[in-house]
Design a protein around this ligand. Structure first.
Ligand SMILES: [Zn+2]
Length: 276
């Protein structure tokens, strides 16, 4: 049945343009609107989902609140549907201390990491499509271009770990094997990225998946027939360049995170609006 004129007046009285259009127009001096930490976490999950960090319900993002608790995505929701009001807070034993949703499975890895390295601010773990290929191969992908080295940090293979991350002991072993590294491929499992901020974690997570995807494609292409334009042999970036890029803290590429967030706000302009 079509709505009556009274119904239409009721509907239009609650209409707001901010519900259907991007709520923000960037300028050179202001690339993003102010964001709460919960908004940042939800946006980080969504933009990484588009980058291949999209293994269904798997994956956790934690942000250190500095008081012995962590912001965290909840269990039961995928990263591509996450909203700021879904974000929970957990203590370092995994107990939910704020929020309406349960803690995600596999969180002991994050808890052990934050306990062992209190300076860690943001941690991202999931099973990204191409990084997990190399994790399954128990091999670090070569750095074949600059985009794969963005964000810096040391990537290591954590091979002492076996099984899932549900066991507290396994999580402790994995953190021991990680040492002071900033990124890890978890053998037969997935990937882990650490950053000093959401911006840094985003840059590194995107770069790791790019690096893994390019190395996989180049390896696949090298088994085919070349076009004769070159020798068909890929080479890694020169080590001095890699060494310099590894020293980045992931925060220096202004605009990269901001552009990704604006893209997500265009896709879902309601994200910064009232809870749904
Ligand atoms: Zn996992």
């Amino acid at each position: 049945m079509l709505p009556s004129c009274t119904d239409i007046r009721f509907l239009t009285s609650s209409f707001r343009w901010t519900d259907v259009v991007s709520p923000f127009t960037p300028t050179v001096d202001e690339l993003l609107p102010p964001l709460t930490t919960q908004q940042e976490l939800a946006l980080l999950a969504r933009v990484l989902w588009r980058e291949g960090w999209n293994d269904h319900l798997a994956g956790h993002i934690t942000i250190n609140r500095g008081d012995g608790t962590l912001w965290c995505n909840p269990w039961l929701l995928q990263w591509n549907e996450l909203r700021p009001e879904h974000i929970i807070a957990v203590d370092l034993d995994g107990n939910v201390v704020e929020g309406d949703w349960p803690a995600p499975l596999g969180l002991p890895l994050h808890l052990a990491l934050h306990r062992a390295r209190p300076d860690v601010q943001v941690t991202v773990h999931s099973h990204p499509q191409f990084a997990t290929v190399w994790a399954a191969r128990r091999e670090l992908p070569a750095v074949l271009d600059q985009s794969g080295a963005l964000g810096g940090g040391e990537l290591v293979l954590v091979d002492e770990y076996s099984g899932t991350v549900d066991s507290g002991d396994a999580a402790h072993d994995a953190v021991e094997a990680l040492g002071d590294a900033d990124l890890a491929l978890l053998a037969g499992h997935g990937a882990l990225v650490i950053g000093s901020s959401v911006r840094a974690a985003h840059q590194r997570a995107v770069a790791l998946e790019h690096r893994s995807r390019l190395a996989w494609r180049v390896a696949a292409a090298s088994t085919g027939v070349g076009d004769g334009a070159g020798d068909g042999v890929a080479s890694a970036l020169p080590e001095p360049i890699q060494r310099r890029m590894r020293q980045s803290d992931g925060t220096r590429f202004i605009g990269f995170w901001e552009a990704a967030v604006r893209g997500e706000l265009i896709a879902d302009p309601t994200l910064l609006g009232p809870p749904r």
